[in-house]
Design a binder for this molecule. Structure first.
Ligand SMILES: Nc1nc2c(ncn2[C@@H]2O[C@H](COP(=O)(O)OP(=O)(O)OP(=O)(O)O)[C@@H](O)[C@H]2O)c(=O)[nH]1
Ligand SMILES: [Mg+2]
Length: 332
C-alpha cells in the first residue's frame, strides 16, 4: 500500500476514530494518526471536547502525537447520563446518520429498554434502527418485530442472524458510502459480530455470553470507528449496563408524538387523564386506538426523566453550597 505524503506541521482535517483518556486516534485518508489536545481545550465544557465521529483540524507531527486544534461543527451529538446517580451527561459519538439499537432475541430483549434507546437516539438527532439479533435462537421473531414497531412510527426494525447471514441483506439499504452508523446495546447482544459480518472479515473481537443469564463479558472496551471497504463508517461501542433518561424529554416526546398530540386534544389543558371529562387519552385507550401498555411506558419514562432532572438540580445546589462554605472558610 502506498503511503500518502503529509508534510510536518501541515494543518489537516481528519476524523476521530477512538479516544482513550487523553489520547486520540485520528483517521486521515487510510492513515491512523495519534493525536493529543491543544492546551486551550482544557478547562472548556466537556461538550466541546472531541468524541468518536468528530471531524477535527489537526497539525501533523510525523514523529509523535499530532496536535488537535479544533472540532468542526457537528451534525449531531448523542449523549446519555453518565450514571443514573449523578445525571451528568456523557457525550458519546458525533455525526451519526443511523444508530443501530442492537438487542438479541433472548433474555436480553426488553421493550422498555428499547424505548429508552429510541428516545435517546431521537434526542441526539440520529435515526433509530432496532436490530434484533440472534433470530436463529428465536422461534417467533415476528412477534418481537411487531412489538418494537408499536413503540413508535419513528423506529425501523429488522430481525437478523449475523452468524447464519439471515436478514442481514435488509441492512443493505443503510450501507451507502459516506454514511456513519453507530451500534449500541447491551454487552453480548452481538454488536461486534454484526460489524464483522458487515465488513466480511474479523475487524472486532467477540466473545461468548454467559450461559446462565445470556449476558456478555464486556469484550469491546471503548468506542471505535471502523471504515468499511464500501465507504461506510461504523462505530462499535462497549455494551451499556443501563441507559438513563435525564434531559431526554424532547426525545421521549418525539418517540411518542401521537400521544403528545392526543394530550393536546383533551378538553382541559391541565387534564391528568384520570377522571376528567373530555379526555382524549382515555377515549383513545377505550377505542383501542392507543394501547394502554404503550401509554404507561410513555408515562413512566417521562416521570423518571422529571425525577432525574430534580435530582440533578439538587446535586448542583449541594455543590454550590459546599463551594460557598469552602470559600467562606478559606478551605482549598
Ligand atoms: N446464535 C447466534 N449467536 C450470535 C449471533 N450474533 C452474535 N452471537 C454470539 O453472541 C456472543 C456475543 O457477541 P459479541 O459480538 O461479542 O457481542 P457485543 O455486543 O459486541 O458485546 P460487548 O463487546 O461485550 O459489548 C458471541 O458468542 C457471538 O458469537 C447470532 O446471530 N446468532
Ligand atoms: Mg463488542
Amino acid at each position: 500500500m502506498s503511503k500518502i505524503i503529509i508534510n510536518q506541521n501541515e494543518e489537516l482535517t481528519g476524523r476521530i476514530m477512538s479516544v482513550q483518556k487523553n489520547s486520540f486516534i485520528i483517521g486521515y485518508e487510510d492513515e491512523e494518526i495519534p493525536g493529543k489536545l491543544k492546551g486551550s481545550f482544557y478547562g472548556e465544557e466537556t461538550e466541546s471536547l472531541p468524541v468518536v465521529g468528530d471531524y477535527v483540524v489537526f497539525r501533523y507531527n510525523p514523529v509523535g502525537e499530532s496536535m488537535i486544534l479544533g472540532v468542526c461543527e457537528r451534525k449531531n451529538l448523542l449523549q446519555r447520563p453518565d450514571q443514573a446517580k449523578t445525571a451528568v451527561m456523557q457525550y458519546m459519538v458525533a455525526n451519526v446518520d443511523y444508530t443501530f439499537i442492537i438487542t438479541s432475541l433472548n433474555e436480553d430483549y426488553s421493550y422498555n429498554r428499547i424505548a429508552r434507546y429510541v428516545s435517546v437516539v431521537l434526542q441526539g438527532g440520529s435515526v433509530p434502527v432496532v436490530v434484533l439479533t440472534k433470530s436463529d435462537l428465536c422461534s417467533n421473531p415476528g412477534r418481537y418485530i411487531r412489538e418494537v414497531e408499536s413503540i413508535s412510527d419513528k423506529v425501523r426494525v429488522h430481525a437478523i442472524s449475523a452468524i447464519y447471514g439471515i436478514g442481514t441483506d435488509e441492512l443493505e439499504e443503510y450501507m451507502k458510502p459516506g454514511v456513519t452508523i453507530c451500534l449500541m446495546g447491551s454487552s453480548g447482544a452481538g454488536k461486534s459480530t454484526l460489524i464483522n459480518s458487515l465488513s466480511g472479515g474479523e475487524v472486532m473481537k467477540t466473545s461468548e455470553v454467559r450461559e446462565s443469564d445470556s449476558t456478555g463479558k464486556h469484550t469491546t472496551t471503548h468506542r471505535q470507528l471502523i471504515k468499511l471497504k464500501n465507504g461506510v463508517s461504523v462505530i462499535d461501542t462497549p455494551g451499556m449496563r443501563e441507559i438513563g433518561m435525564a434531559e431526554t424529554q424532547e426525545g421521549i416526546d418525539e418517540t411518542f408524538s401521537d400521544i403528545v398530540e392526543l394530550e393536546h386534544m383533551c378538553r382541559f389543558s391541565d387534564c391528568r387523564h384520570d377522571t376528567e371529562p373530555g379526555c382524549a387519552i382515555k377515549a383513545a385507550i377505550e377505542s383501542g386506538e392507543l394501547s394502554e401498555e404503550r401509554y404507561m411506558l410513555y408515562k413512566s419514562l417521562g416521570t423518571e426523566n422529571q425525577r432525574n432532572y430534580a435530582k440533578k438540580k439538587k446535586i448542583s445546589m449541594w455543590a454550590k453550597e459546599a463551594k460557598k462554605f469552602k470559600d467562606m472558610n478559606n478551605i482549598y
